[in-house]
Structure formats: structure tokens, C-alpha cells
Design a protein. Structure first.
Length: 239
């Protein structure tokens, strides 16, 4: 038996996280945060001394070592009653640590390595074996779930995404510098979009939404209507 899969791809800060959580809750599906997987590998590779802060070029030996490290990771996503999800890697909760900009940059570097992507492929694919799935990432609709029931590509201008990130950080009292956040977003976008393996791009059959000037409720309604057209039933369909 196969379960429905909805893929939501696009760059960081376009609003995928919020929308995917809302879709998963409305449909009772599982949620795959594939970006968290690459962030975990990036953090682990850095801690193992396999990524320096500055150099972008990795040797074949380093790529092999990072792929081996990826294969050995024991990753658990543990939803808490508060709605928070603990992400436990080899016994340690890394949920907060993997969210910072620096780890995002490590993630984007290891994500360009074909052996790392191959090592994470089955783990992602298998998540659709037991229940419906909302898959959030860059290559969910193009590579991991090419036969997904509905595919969305959610984007926004780099400026709008930097602006949102600054506001988010200010709410947590973390100092935020717009110019450096924008530069880091642009650098990561360029790497993700131009890499040879699984570059970030919309699938040919994806609904593309630019959320730069859109309210989150409008974006959600548009995605919901698109999923309904594709035959996916929401519990509140009759209302
Ligand atoms: O979405 P998030 O910002 O957490 O992703 C971190 C990085 O992981 C991205 O910049 C991208 O390089 C990588 N990624 C990827 N493929 C995915 C999900 C994330 O290459 N499916």
C-alpha cells in the first residue's frame, strides 16, 4: 500500500517550515524535515574537524569520511506534547543547535556531496512507508519523491527572507545584522541552486508560489486548494 506524499521544496526562510507543520497537522501526516538531516551532518562533520570555517573545497578523502559519518548517525525525531520536536542524534538533543546560520552553511556544503545525499536517500524515502508524508526540502519533488501526489515550490526574494530572519532573531533577543544575514542567504542559495547533484529547483509539475508579499494564511489556502485538486482530502473538506 502506498501513502500520499506532498513535497514542499524551496529556499530557507520562504515559510516552508510553518506551512509544512500546518499541513501535517491538518492531514494527520508525518513530517520530514530533510533540511534538519543535512544540518545534522554539517554539524557532525564540523565537530569531527572535517569542515573548516573558510575553505569551501573538500578533498575526496574528506567526502568519504563525511559519508561514513552520515551512515553511522542514529537520528530520532521525537515530537513533544508542547508541539516542539526534539532531534536526538547519537543520544544528544541537537534541535536548537542545528538552527543557527553557521550550521546552515555547513549543511549546504555537505549537501553538495553526492555520497552524503546517497547516504540519506533511503532514510528519507522510507518515511513514506507507514503514513502520509509532508516532505520539506530542496529535492523532495525532483529526486526523493518524484511520484509525489502534490508538489509545491515555495520561494521568496532573498531580501524578504533576510528581513523575516532578522525579525525572528530580534524576537529571541539575538543580535541580528541584516547585511550579513542577506549575504549568507545569497551564498547558500547560489551553492544550493548550482550544485551538480540534486540542485534546488522546482519540479516540472510543481505549483510555484512566491511568498515575498503574501500572508501565510493565503499561501496555506492556495496550497490546500492545489492538494485538493490533486485528490488529497482534508478532514474539514465538508465545511
Ligand atoms: O532547509 P534548511 O535551511 O534547514 O536546509 C539546510 C541546507 O540543507 C540547505 O541550504 C541545503 O543545502 C540542504 N538541503 C538539501 N536538500 C534538502 C534539504 C536541505 O540540500 N532536501
Amino acid at each position: 500500500m502506498s501513502f500520499p506524499v506532498i513535497t514542499v521544496d524551496g529556499p530557507s526562510g520562504a515559510g516552508k517550515g510553518t506551512l509544512c507543520l500546518r499541513l501535517a497537522q491538518a492531514l494527520g501526516y508525518r513530517l520530514l524535515d530533510s533540511g534538519a538531516l543535512y544540518r545534522i551532518v554539517g554539524l557532525q562533520a564540523y565537530e569531527a574537524g572535517l569542515l573548516s570555517n573558510t575553505s569551501t573545497v573538500l578533498s575526496a578523502a574528506d567526502e568519504d569520511a563525511i559519508a561514513r559519518l552520515t551512515q553511522c548517525l542514529r537520528i530520532e525525531f521525537l515530537p513533544q506534547s508542547s508541539g516542539r520536536v526534539d532531534i536526538v542524534v547519537n543520544g544528544h538533543n541537537v534541535a536548537a543547535e542545528i538552527r543557527n546560520e553557521q550550521v546552515g552553511s555547513y549543511a549546504s556544503r555537505v549537501a553538495a556531496l553526492p555520497k552524503v545525499r546517497a547516504a540519506l536517500f533511503d532514510l528519507q524515502k522510507n518515511m513514506a512507508d507507514e503514513a502520509g508524508l509532508i516532505a520539506d526540502g530542496r529535492d523532495m519533488g525532483t529526486v526523493v519523491f518524484p511520484n509525489a501526489d502534490a508538489k509545491v515550490f515555495l520561494t521568496a526574494s532573498a531580501q524578504a527572507r533576510a528581513d523575516r530572519r532578522v525579525k525572528q532573531l530580534q524576537q529571541t533577543d539575538v543580535a541580528a545584522d541584516y547585511a550579513s544575514i542577506l549575504a549568507s542567504i545569497q551564498e547558500r542559495d547560489a551553492r544550493d541552486e548550482t550544485r551538480e547533484t540534486a540542485p534546488s529547483k522546482p519540479a516540472a509539475d510543481a505549483l510555484v508560489i512566491d511568498s515575498s508579499d503574501m500572508d501565510v494564511d493565503i499561501v496555506y489556502d492556495e496550497i490546500k486548494a492545489f492538494c485538493q485538486q490533486k485528490g488529497i482530502c482534508f478532514a474539514d473538506d465538508s465545511q
